[in-house]
Design a protein around this ligand. Structure first.
Ligand code: NI
Length: 255
């Protein structure tokens, strides 16, 4: 079985066939999927989906590209939502210096605020990090998140950043982009201990080969798992088993 720890099933591109997408995931041995909020509206929608489908869990949070106009009241609503029994993490939260839709200061404030929220609620963090490695590392090192649990999703970065993240005892996950011909992550995948890895699709984005160019969905997580298995020269069953155990304990899933 596989667990897709990062999808956005509430997004518009699933409006036509959401139920079938979830069904197809289950038929393809995806035992659980976590649908991730990026702002208050999508966090509310994530919780709705988690209520409706047993195999769907939710994460709630304000994404760094959506934090420019956020009111304090929105954070309060996120905090309330996060107490829902099917909300298994705060996320996605973090820093994005590529899109820069909010100032660095605003992004850092929203990120740290939500880290405190996660600590208070004792829920792990799902972290987005794009071209913000230095500030990201400083915040993570200061916050001491190993016991709570934090995953850097769609991991990117050089070898030095990777080693620092491992030293902090955090988790990482790779998306379908590791299956692309021009992927530069092969060495990182080989080095990443299986015990520190989670599987994810980031659906509807970052579709793995051979479906690149189409909409991504949780059923395709097997293609990323297979690529990890190939690079590590181990059976895909082992990738599935260990990453599922990781996800169950990291998110305290009750499957
Ligand atoms: Ni995402």
């Amino acid at each position: 079985m596989f667990i897709d720890t990062h999808a956005h099933l509430q997004f518009k591109s699933f409006d036509e066939d959401r139920e079938m997408v979830i069904q197809r995931a289950i038929e393809n041995d995806v035992a659980a999927m976590i649908t991730i909020g990026t702002d208050l509206t999508s966090s509310l929608q994530a919780v709705d989906l988690a209520e409706k489908y047993a195999a769907v869990y939710a994460a709630v949070g304000i994404h760094p590209t959506d934090c420019a106009e956020v009111a304090d009241h929105d954070f309060d609503r996120i905090q309330e939502l996060a107490t829902h029994p099917k909300v298994v993490a705060i996320g996605e939260v973090g820093l994005d210096y590529y899109h820069m839709r909010a100032t660095r200061e605003k992004q850092k404030n929203a990120f740290v605020y939500q880290i405190h929220m996660a600590k208070e609620l004792k829920k792990p963090l799902i972290i987005h990090n794009r071209e913000s490695h230095q500030d990201m590392y400083e915040i993570l090192a200061e916050q001491n998140l190993a016991d709570l649990g934090a995953v850097l999703h769609s991991f990117s970065g050089d070898d030095a950043f990777f080693r620092k993240i491992m030293e902090l005892d955090l988790y990482i996950s790779f998306t379908g982009n590791i299956t692309f011909k021009k992927s530069t992550s092969d060495q990182l995948v080989v080095q990443a201990p299986l015990e520190r890895l989670l599987l994810e699709t980031d659906s509807p984005f970052l579709t793995p080969a051979p479906f690149r160019g189409k909409r991504n969905e949780p059923a395709y997580v097997v293609h990323t798992a297979r690529k990890i298995a190939d690079l590590k020269e181990i059976p895909v069953e082992e990738v599935a088993r260990v990453t599922s155990e990781n996800a169950v304990s990291f998110f305290k899933l009750d499957l």
